[in-house]
Design a protein around this ligand. Sequence first.
Ligand code: URA
Length: 242
Amino acid sequence: MAQPAPSQSVGPLYRSDSQKPTATVSTKLEHDNVHILPQTPQLIALLTMIRDKETNRADFIFYSNRIIRLLVEEGLNHLPVVSQTVVTPVPGQKYAGVRFEGKICGVSIMRAGESMEQGLRDCCRSVRIGKILIQRDEETSQPKLFYDKLPEDIAERWCLLLDPMLATGGSALMAVEVLIKRGVPEDHILFLNLIASPEGAVSFAQRFPKVRVVTAFVDGGLNEKNYIVPGLGDFGDRFYTM
Ligand code: URA
């Protein structure tokens, strides 16, 4: 059942609460492996654009891509790094920094997850991307795996699983099972999505406590057709066909 989502004043820090408008912000969840992006004015404005049913397809794609970029950047923050010191062009100067050590790949859950591939490529040049197609079996109403094509060495990679909407979680849970069967350790999987339902996020956290879910927003809940509410409608249709 949908819960009333919290309201918060939104705007730059230098303004007092009375000078800022209120907006609905993400529901908070008590699960360590669910990471919700900071509810900044930028993020709330971008989400407002893509939730609006009057937003045309070009704008929907543009603003979704901006959120996807934020999700990918945050997802990459969850990967381990090692020390790296570099010499700067300024004579005698060094900088003690870090670099990411390890191989990654993206895995998109078709079709909507494919919309997130470019955002991953923009951050990780020539990243390998696998695909998984899961659809509801008409007889059993259960999710069924129809197709998967994954990098051969996926077991040695950190996997960024891509699907913009985490509703019941049925497809994403099955996708994680596929990755684990192919040898990917559970704690090497990050699931990136734009909007999650509390039900979907919690069932994920309970079933796979080591998979990190990185989401922009946890919404109020699901309606009787398993659409996220207030949500944004069918993400794949709005990104690809409407
Ligand atoms: N998939 C969508 O595109 N939207 C929802 O609300 C739920 C699943």
